[in-house]
Design a binder for this molecule. Structure first.
Ligand SMILES: CC(C)(COP(=O)(O)OP(=O)(O)OC[C@H]1O[C@@H](n2cnc3c(N)ncnc32)[C@H](O)[C@@H]1OP(=O)(O)O)[C@@H](O)C(=O)NCCC(=O)NCCS
Length: 191
């Protein structure tokens, strides 16, 4: 198996990201969320969009975002946002022939390292549809544990979490000098 290399998404990736959104195996597990507005998604300061490449060909995407800082309060509830230091991850392998070859595992490990090591998060959250048992198995195999069912809009999801191995350290979702892209808190930003 070739290795998967990770790089940040750039505007020329937008057509590929939009094509993956329309892929049958992605639609089957996507729920009723609004479609991703990729030109904007790759540009907001509170998330990183990483493209996985195998032999210089994009095969999938993993998104690491500041769940407490993103402006729609998706992860929060009526009582407010989730606690600062909480990240969320979204992932899909867009090219169907690249599914089930270990690339998703490598991409998730990269995203987990970004959340805990680069951004000092204490917790990572994910929200597969309850029907997406394959993804749920995948997340559990990476150490995620069940938080419980939750309805997001029309979607019945299972929330899972992974706690940082650096528990007790002060978290910092703040700019890291010299980084090309980061996830600072920016509560004033609108979507
Ligand atoms: C979920 C997804 C990201 C996993 O990435 P992947 O590259 O296919 O997964 P990997 O090859 O790294 O497999 C890792 C683990 O996933 C699970 N898995 C992989 N293929 C599986 C299959 N056919 N059936 C059940 N579980 C499977 C297993 O736990 C596997 O561990 P193993 O290697 O010990 O068997 C990918 O399959 C995908 O993008 N699926 C469609 C979109 C999606 O569901 N995204 C998640 C939305 S929440």
């Amino acid at each position: 198996m070739s290795d998967v290399a990770l790089r940040l998404a750039v505007p020329s990736d937008v057509p590929t990201l939009e094509r993956w959104d329309r892929a049958e195996h992605v639609i089957a597990v996507s729920g009723d969320d609004e479609p991703w507005d990729w030109p904007r998604e790759i540009d907001v300061p509170w998330q990183e969009v990483w493209i996985g490449e195998v032999d210089d060909r994009p095969i999938g995407v993993v998104v690491v975002l500041d769940a407490a800082g993103e402006p729609t309060n998706y992860w929060g509830d009526a009582s407010g946002p989730v606690s600062p230091g909480t990240c969320a991850i979204d992932i899909w392998i867009g090219e169907p022939e690249a599914v089930g070859r270990g690339y998703g595992t490598a991409m998730m490990k990269h995203a987990i390292d970004r959340a805990f090591d680069a951004h000092g998060a204490h917790t990572i959250l994910i929200d597969p549809l309850v029907t997406n048992t394959r993804a749920i198995d995948f997340y559990r195999s990476l150490g995620f544990t069940d938080v419980g069912p939750r309805r997001f809009g029309q979607d019945d999801c299972l929330v899972l979490q992974l706690r940082s191995p650096h528990q007790g350290e002060t978290h910092r979702l703040t700019p890291i000098p010299g980084e090309a892209k980061r996830i600072p808190r920016n509560p004033g930003e609108t979507h």
